[in-house]
Structures are given as C-alpha cells and as structure tokens.
Design a protein around this ligand. Structure first.
Ligand code: SF4
Length: 74
C-alpha cells in the first residue's frame, strides 16, 4: 500500500504522498522554513502561515502535496 504522510499545525494539514513526489525541489526552494529535506520531520507547518503553505503546495509539479482544512482535501 502506498504511504500517505500528514503534517498539521492545528489549522492546515499538509498531505504528502512520497510515491508521487518527483523530488523537483520546488517546495524546499520556495518555503524552506516548512519544507526542509535535511530535517526530521521534513515538513513543519507550524513554521509558516497557512496562506504561504497553500501557495507553495499549489506549486508542487507532481501532485505529491495537497492540504486539508477541516479534514477536507483541497
Ligand atoms: S514540490 Fe512536490 S514533487 Fe517537488 S519535492 Fe516538493 S513534494 Fe516533491
């Protein structure tokens, strides 16, 4: 089964599908305070605003990133 990872700051939940990620580096070049591949966990939504996270998630070229607000996938 393909793994799905979720990272929440209590407001927004970032959903990451590792098997879909093309490692384009776009997310961590755009918002390294949230997406840092050298840290564990590598996604820390508490380090930025919901608005910035949404903007960055939308730029993921592979569709590996999405987000949930009130448990609804966007
Ligand atoms: S932007 Fe998307 S495809 Fe690129 S590294 Fe991040 S999660 Fe993976």
């Amino acid at each position: 089964m393909n793994e799905i990872k979720k990272y929440s700051n209590g407001d927004i939940t970032i959903v990451w599908k590792p098997h879909v990620c093309s490692h384009s580096t776009k997310c961590w070049k755009g918002l390294v305070e949230v997406f840092d591949p050298f840290k564990r966990p590598w996604i820390t939504p508490e380090n930025s605003t919901t608005e910035k996270i949404i903007n960055q998630v939308k730029q993921c070229p592979s569709g590996a990133l999405s987000y949930l607000i009130n448990d609804e996938e966007r």
